[in-house]
Write a protein that binds this ligand. Sequence first.
Ligand SMILES: Cc1cc2nc3c(=O)[nH]c(=O)nc-3n(C[C@H](O)[C@H](O)[C@H](O)COP(=O)(O)O)c2cc1C
Length: 212
Amino acid sequence: MNIIESIYQRKSIRKFTDQPVKREDIVTCLEAACQAPSPKHQQNWKFVVIQNKDLICQIAKIVEERHQKITECAKDERLKEKFSKLMRYYTLFKGAPVLVVVYAKPYAMIEERILATQDIKDEIIDQIKATQSAAQAVGAAVENFMLAATHLGYGTCYMTGPAHAKSEIESLIGTVSEEYEMLSMIAMGVPVEGTADKPARLPLEEVVHFID
Ligand SMILES: Cc1cc2nc3c(=O)[nH]c(=O)nc-3n(C[C@H](O)[C@H](O)[C@H](O)COP(=O)(O)O)c2cc1C
């Protein structure tokens, strides 16, 4: 499978078989993740790989409980029902043999240090921060991971939904170090047969504008 085929073949997988994932394959995907670009080559990511089924289920339980609490806060019945239905999209990783928790460290900006004493600092710094450079690097790393996994015959799902229980998850599994925070997760495993097709994309004309 070439890279373009992997890109087209990757789709979010939300149901997995119990087949184990080889450690060497996880490592291959992590190495691919770390080949991603990052702002000023800060490589501001860290990954925690969990294959312990009980621990994965405990994390899912934490997410379920938080989801339930948020659902109960909803005063609008339609919103309540809508959010309640999302539960399975936030906890699908409980059926995955591998859960990769992805952490990021804030992007260390030289500009912030240069402008620290200037009045205009906030305005410019806000513009730079709006690019969410740390998150963009993590997104690139996660995509590399998922493409490598696809190439090796695995399915993945990129997840940020469970982040609403981030503090509780971090209390359970620990933080990788003080400056890093959990940004997302990747569920990984062998997909069950007959998973849904990936949703159609917007036509290019809607999302692309050439300036000649
Ligand atoms: C940043 C990000 C967060 C996502 N979080 C979730 C999630 O929490 N749960 C989920 O089921 N899918 C999640 N997805 C997957 C999207 O729903 C999916 O990519 C989109 O519907 C397109 O489908 P495809 O991945 O099959 O092409 C996430 C995707 C991205 C990029």
